[in-house]
Design a protein around this ligand. Structure first.
Ligand code: 6AU
Length: 258
C-alpha cells in the first residue's frame, strides 16, 4: 500500500522550531530532499563542492573538524553559498557531553559552530541537559537540533528502547529539537509530521566500506521506510562529477515521495 504523505508545506505549519519550518518550506519550494555529506578535508574543496551541489540540495552536511585548514572565513563563505543556492547548513557534530560542556563546544573553540551552522545534532545519551546546553549556546530563533535516534553502522547500540527514549526527549523540546537522524520515520501520524527524519547510509551501489557502514538505496529509504531526507556522502563527492551525480540522487529521492 502506498504511503499517505502530508506535503512538506503543511508540515512546516506543524513544526515548532524556526529552522525546521524553514527546512520544510525550502524542500517544498526547491523540490529537493537531498542532503550531501561534504566529508572533504580542505576548505577550498568543501566550498567548491558546496557550490557545485548547491542547486540540488536542501541541506549541506559538514564535519568541520575534519577540515585541516578551517578558519572563520570558511563558515562565512558557507553561509554565503547557502544564501546563493538556498540550502541550510547542518554541522554533524554529534554532541555527547554534559550541558555545561556542550555550551562551549557549540559556541566556542576554533569552529564557533553556532556562528555559521543552521542546525546540528546530538546524542540523547547524557540526558535533557545536552539539549538545554545547546539551546543556551545557540538560541531557538536561528538554530535547531536533531537527535540521533538510530544509526546506520553495524552493531550500533541504539536499540528500540533507546530510540523511544530519544523520541520522548524530542517531544519535551519541540521549540528546539525539530527532527531525527534515523533509519526510518520514528514517530507515526500527525504528531510525527511535526518532525523531520534524515537518513544516512545511502548509496546507489550497496557494498559497505569495510568499516561498518551499511547502505540502502534512496527509494528504500524514502518510499519503504518513510524517511524524509537522504544523506549521501561518498556516493556523491567521490564520483567523477558530483554535481551530475547529486542530480541523479535528488531525482530518485524526490520521485520516491510520489
Ligand atoms: O555516505 P557516506 O557513508 O560517505 O557518509 C555518511 C555520512 C557521514 C557520517 O558521519 C554520517 O553520514 N552518519 C550519521 C549522521 C549524519 O549523523 C549517522 C549515522 O548513523 N551514520 C552516518 O553515516 O558523514
Amino acid at each position: 500500500a502506498k504511503l499517505q504523505r502530508t506535503p512538506f508545506e503543511d508540515r512546516a505549519k506543524l513544526c515548532k522550531n524556526a529552522v525546521g519550518v524553514a527546512l520544510f518550506s525550502l524542500m517544498a519550494r526547491k523540490k529537493t530532499n537531498l542532503c550531501v555529506a561534504a566529508d572533504v578535508v580542505e576548505a577550498k574543496a568543501l566550498l567548491d563542492l558546496a557550490d557545485a551541489v548547491g542547486p540540488q540540495i536542501c541541506v549541506l552536511k559538514t564535519h568541520c573538524d575534519i577540515v585541516r585548514d578551517w578558519t572563520d572565513e570558511t563558515g562565512t563563505q558557507l553561509r554565503f553559498l547557502a544564501d546563493k543556492h538556498d540550502f541550510l547548513i547542518f554541522e554533524d557534530r554529534k554532541f555527547a557531553d554534559i550541558g555545561n560542556t556542550v555550551v562551549q563546544q557549540c559556541s566556542g573553540g576554533v569552529h564557533r559552530i553556532a556562528s555559521w551552522a543552521h542546525f546540528t545534532n546530538a546524542h540523547a545519551l547524557p540526558g535533557d541537559g545536552i539539549v538545554d546546553g545547546l539551546r543556551t549556546a545557540a538560541g531557538v530563533e536561528n538554530h535547531g537540533l536533531l537527535l540521533l535516534a538510530q544509526m546506520s553502522s553495524a552493531g550500533n547500540l541504539l536499540n528500540k528502547e533507546y530510540t523511544s527514549a530519544c523520541v520522548e526527549m524530542a517531544k519535551r523540546h519541540t521549540d528546539f529539537v525539530f527532527g531525527f537522524i534515523s533509519q526510518e520515520r520514528v514517530i507515526e501520524g500527525s504528531e510525527g509530521d511535526a518532525f523531520v527524519y534524515m537518513t544516512p547510509g545511502v548509496k546507489l551501489s550497496q557494498e559497505g566500506d569495510g568499516l561498518g557502514q551499511q547502505y540502502n538505496t534512496p527509494t528504500a529509504v524514502i518510499a519503504d521506510r518513510n524517511s524524509d531526507i537522504i544523506i549521501v556522502g561518498r556516493g556523491i563527492y567521490k564520483s567523477d562529477n558530483p554535481a551530475a551525480t547529486a542530480a541523479i540522487y535528488r531525482k530518485q529521492a524526490w520521485d520516491a515521495l510520489a
